[in-house]
Every structure is written in C-alpha cells, then in structure tokens.
Design a protein around this ligand. Structure first.
Ligand code: NAD
Ligand code: NA
Length: 396
C-alpha cells in the first residue's frame, strides 16, 4: 500500500517501513563514521525500539560489535494496517545486524511484567550466558506492578501550584497560553511508580540473582533536567519526582552490584523530539527555540549523536567516567551551556504565533516528529507501494 502520515492530535497513526529502515541505516552509518568504541560485547537494551534506546542498541552493535537483546512494546503490522514505528525500526536493525554477522534478538511485550523478564532471562541464559551492559530506556504512560497487580498511570503536572506559560501546537504553529492545575499526592505516587526506578531495580535484581551479569557489568538509565523555563512542569513536577527516584535508585543498584564490581549510572540527556516529549505542554516550544540556537552554534545533536558521545567520551573512554556532583553523567552539557540558555530565555519572551517561524525551528521540529514515524527521509520513495507486513527476524 501507499503509506502516508495520518495525524491524530499529537500522534501519528501510521508508520513507514522503508523510512524506518532508512532511519536505522543513517544511524548505523553515523556510528561507523565515528570509529570503534571499546565498549560492552553483550548488551541488553530495555526500551530498544525507538529514541535513546534504539540509538544505544545501534551504538553497541555497530560501535563495539556487540551481541544485543532488545526488549520493547510495539504493535506488529497486519495486512492493510501499519505497525508502530519501533517495530519497523527493530526489523531493520536486526536485518542490518545479521548482515554484519552480529547476534541480535528481540522480545516484544510488557517489560514491567514478570513474564517478559522471565523470557529475557531465559534468552540470555541460553544464548549469551551473561551480559555486561544493561541499558534501561523505557518511556511509558502506564505500568502494572507485577507484585501488587495495581496499574499506575503517570501524569505531567506541576506540584504545589498551577503552572501557566506559553506553549505551541507544532502542527499549526499557534502559540497560546496553557495552564496546568497542580498534582495531588496520588498523581505523584503514580508517576513515580511508572517512571521512577522501581522496575529498573527489579530487572537488575532478577539478572543478578540468576548470575546473568558479568563481572564489572554496568547499567545505565536516562534522565532529564532542563532549564528554569520548564522546571515547574518538568523537573519540579510529577515527572521530576520520578526522575529523582530513578537517580536515587542508581545508588541502590550500585550497592547491590558491589559483589561483582558492577555499577549503575544515570545519564542526563538532551531534550529531543520523541513521541513522549511532544505530549508535554511547553516542551515543544522550548525545543523549537533550543534547536534553532544549537543548530546555529553547530552543536545540535539527535539521539544517535548523544549516545555515541555517551559511549565514546563517558562510559568507555578508557578512564574514569566523568560525573556531576550528584553522580550523574551529563550529555546535556551543550544544551545547558549558559550562552545557549540565555539565548533561549531571550527568545522565549518574544515567541508568538507571528514570530516563531523566524525565531524558532518549527520546521525542524515537524521534520523530526515525522522522522519518528519513518516519514520525510531523503532516499525513500514515499509515492511507491510499500509492504506494510514486515517481520522481525527473531520474532515468530
Ligand atoms: P521513546 O518513547 O522513544 O522510547 C521508549 C521505549 O520504551 C520504546 O522502545 C518502547 O517500545 C519501550 N516501551 C514503552 N513501554 C514499554 C513496556 N511496557 N514494555 C516494554 N517496552 C516498553 O522514549 P525516549 O524519549 O527514548 O525515552 C527513553 C528515556 O530517555 C526515558 O527515560 C526518558 O525520560 C529519557 N529522556 C528523554 C528525553 C527526551 O527529550 N526525549 C531527554 C532526556 C531523557
Ligand atoms: Na528508548
């Protein structure tokens, strides 16, 4: 069928398999162009199909020749209906990995569940013996705790008081004011239950209990901080509480890994266009101004550039891993540069529906958004028939 983007609100209902393949190939080419990384050889990526997790899987495989197991939650295609983008990304990734002679298998299902953890442990046991790196890159609005059976839903709200600021509908370019009422205690607890560190710790416990972590194994989860402009709704809001919990969990996990000389890290990454970040009010306006400035300065990065730098310059740089005063790896260093933030704050004041096309990178935002779904890639003939039913090699 001929596949076109079909938008509904902040989501796109379709995805393009050829575009997803191009996306994966572009990321592989980038990693190869940067040279070998002396990284882990057996890697488990939880949340491996899109965004930072996909970039982590590609960087491990094509930067360090690693065997990878990827866990994700994606919708397979059926005749006449496309898959979710991460399905096509993973199909393309496995195909490229196998062509390059690399081990790559994937598990599609709810990573929060006991069943998917069991399946993953068994696969590691059977095929790899142990892993030496575990990337934890889940972004989800909902989690059912397997121990309690309770389903938690995360919310994106400020804490303490109503937050009012500008936001943009990036489809129309309309800049408006948005007000978000504050969270209650239950909202906070639920958001921490979904996006905090509890499930990360459960994964590492399960792996360690069955001796599936190699001596000196590392695990990394991703966090965000961002500027004062978004603080009330992000870092000091409900999601920020979850990130505080995730960051604290790194220390608990490190204690747990002492006996094998292992370590848990949180890496603070840059603001990027993903399905998750597009749904957060205020963030798209911030990103469109930030992109404009970082591109002008020649310091703009996407997920793959960020993760390449994380692996090469931080995790596997041949010496100490540089961290901040709270023990976090910072690859948001260029986003958070004083000169960059001062310019964003200046432009923020001027941003209106009329000024934004000139002072912000709305076009770049839209392009990146469509790229998430496999659209707008050079080298793909979007007018041609594409087969929507694409299989992932390792998934029957
Ligand atoms: P994403 O939506 O692109 O990726 C999420 C991944 O999680 C996908 O592979 C998806 O299939 C998987 N997933 C979701 N629910 C699942 C489930 N129940 N079981 C198994 N897999 C599941 O998100 P992303 O932006 O790459 O975010 C990854 C991490 O990076 C998050 O912790 C996020 O907070 C963090 N981060 C994001 C940004 C940003 O600007 N996007 C910045 C800094 C940090
Ligand atoms: Na991810």
């Amino acid at each position: 069928m001929i596949i076109e983007p079909r938008m509904r609100g902040f989501i796109c209902l379709t995805a393009h398999p050829k575009g997803a393949e191009q996306n994966v190939k572009n990321q592989i080419e980038y990693i190869k162009s940067k040279g070998a990384i002396a990284g882990a050889k057996k890697v488990l990526v939880i949340g491996a199909s899109t965004g930072f997790g996909l970039a982590s899987r590609i960087t491990s495989a094509f930067g360090s020749d690693a065997a990878t197991i990827g866990v994700f939650f994606e919708k397979p295609p059926v005749e006449g209906k496309t898959a979710s983008p991460g399905w096509y990304n993973s199909a393309a990734f496995e195909a490229e990995a196998h062509k390059a002679g690399l081990y790559a298998k994937s598990i599609n299902g709810d990573a929060f569940s006991n069943e998917i953890k069991r399946e993953t442990l068994d696969l590691i046991k059977a095929d790899l013996g142990q892993v030496d790196l575990v990337i934890y890159s889940l972004a989800s609005p909902v989690r059912t705790n397997p121990n309690t059976g309770v389903t938690h839903r995360s919310v994106l709200k400020p804490i303490g008081q109503t937050f009012t600021n500008k936001t943009v509908d990036f489809h129309t370019g309309n800049v408006t004011e948005v007000s978000i009422a504050p969270a209650n205690e239950e909202d906070i607890e639920n958001t921490v239950a979904v996006m905090g560190g509890e499930d990360w710790a459960m994964w590492i416990d399960a792996l360690k209990n069955e001796n599936l972590l190699a001596e000196g194994a590392a695990t990394v989860a991703y966090s965000y901080i961002g500027p004062a402009l978004t603080e009330a709704v992000y870092r000091k809001g409900t999601i920020g509480r979850a990130k505080d919990h995730l960051e604290a969990t790194a220390f608990t996990i490190t204690d747990n890994l002492k006996s094998i000389g292992g370590k848990a890290y949180v890496s603070v990454n840059k603001a990027l266009v993903t399905q998750a970040s597009s749904a957060i009010p205020v963030i798209p306006l911030y990103i469109s101004l930030l992109y404009k400035i970082m591109k002008e300065e020649g310091i703009h990065e996407g997920c793959i550039e960020q993760i390449q730098r994380l692996f090469q310059d931080r995790l596997y740089n041949g010496s100490e891993v540089p961290v901040d005063e709270k023990g976090r790896i910072r690859i948001d260093d260029w986003e958070m540069r004083d000169d960059v933030q001062a310019k964003v704050a200046e432009l923020w004041k001027e941003a209106t529906t009329e000024t934004l096309p000139a002072i912000g990178d709305l076009a770049g935002y839209r392009n990146d958004f469509l790229n998430l779904f496999g659209f707008e890639f050079d080298g793909v003939d979007y007018k041609a028939e594409a087969n929507e039913v694409v299989n992932i090699d390792s998934i029957k």
